[in-house]
Design a protein around this ligand. Structure first.
Ligand code: CA
Length: 237
């Protein structure tokens, strides 16, 4: 494992589908990770063994050698890098087999970038690394008089605690990580819901309205989740 204080954390993405690999690589790079990628099993295995990345995101259905075999070979070579499996919804695979082979976690496609980043951070924290930008994987978010417990999915403001849905939590966490940046609805859908999501812009609006009720003193005159006219939304702590 590279020294987290001096070198960027390196993540290897092994995924043959460009429509998944490219946005995943982009999102990870945006978060400050150094990203290596491979589009088939043999290349992924070779890079994994040669570069000793800090974490591997591994698709299962791959040309050349499938993900299970890549994982088996890595572990046979005593590579202890955390491996997060990317599995397709409805794809026949045995979670037990994956875990027995030494996978550390899995995400089911279609996934949101936020979801993958949460898993990546969790694995890196477990492996003893730190994550760029946020330091240690945070368990709470704080802004104004709001405290969000990421593990418990709860939000406390003005003495009242509410439970957030996973999407509400992911959307809020995304805004908190991108203070002051303006996002269009389609960008939020891509980054939080995932590119393959069937949800539309109205879904974003609905979630923003729900979050405002939780975090704003006056949801009609928001001070945190601000509408940018004709563009989208931005977050001010
Ligand atoms: Ca595949």
């Amino acid at each position: 494992m590279s020294d987290p204080t001096n070198e960027p954390i390196r993540i290897l993405v092994i995924e043959d589908e460009e429509s998944i690999r490219i946005p995943l690589v982009d999102a990870l790079e945006d978060e400050g990770f150094c990203v290596l990628s491979a589009a088939d099993g043999p290349a992924g295995l070779e890079i994994g063994l040669r570069e000793d990345p800090d974490l591997i995101l591994l698709d299962l259905m791959l040309p050349g050698i499938d993900g299970f075999e890549v994982l088996r070979q890595l572990r046979k070579d005593r590579v202890t890098t955390p491996v997060v499996i990317l599995s397709a919804r409805g794809e026949e695979w045995d979670r037990v087999q994956g875990l027995e082979l030494g996978a550390d976690d899995y995400v089911v496609k279609p996934f949101s970038m936020r979801e993958v980043l949460l898993r990546v951070r969790a694995q890196l924290a477990r492996a003893g690394g730190s994550t760029p930008g946020l330091g240690e994987a945070p368990r709470t978010l704080r802004f104004g008089d709001v405290v969000v417990d990421l593990a418990g999915y709860t939000l406390t403001r003005a003495g009242a605690t509410a439970t957030l849905s996973r999407r509400e939590l992911e959307l809020l966490a995304f805004f908190v990580e991108h203070v002051g940046e303006v996002f269009r609805r389609d960008q939020l859908l891509d980054r939080v819901w995932g590119r393959d999501s069937a949800s539309g812009p109205r879904t974003v609006d609905t979630h923003v309205l729900k979050l405002r009720k939780r975090i704003e003193a006056d949801p009609e005159r928001p001070k945190h989740l601000i509408t940018v006219r004709n563009v989208g939304y931005k977050f001010i702590p």
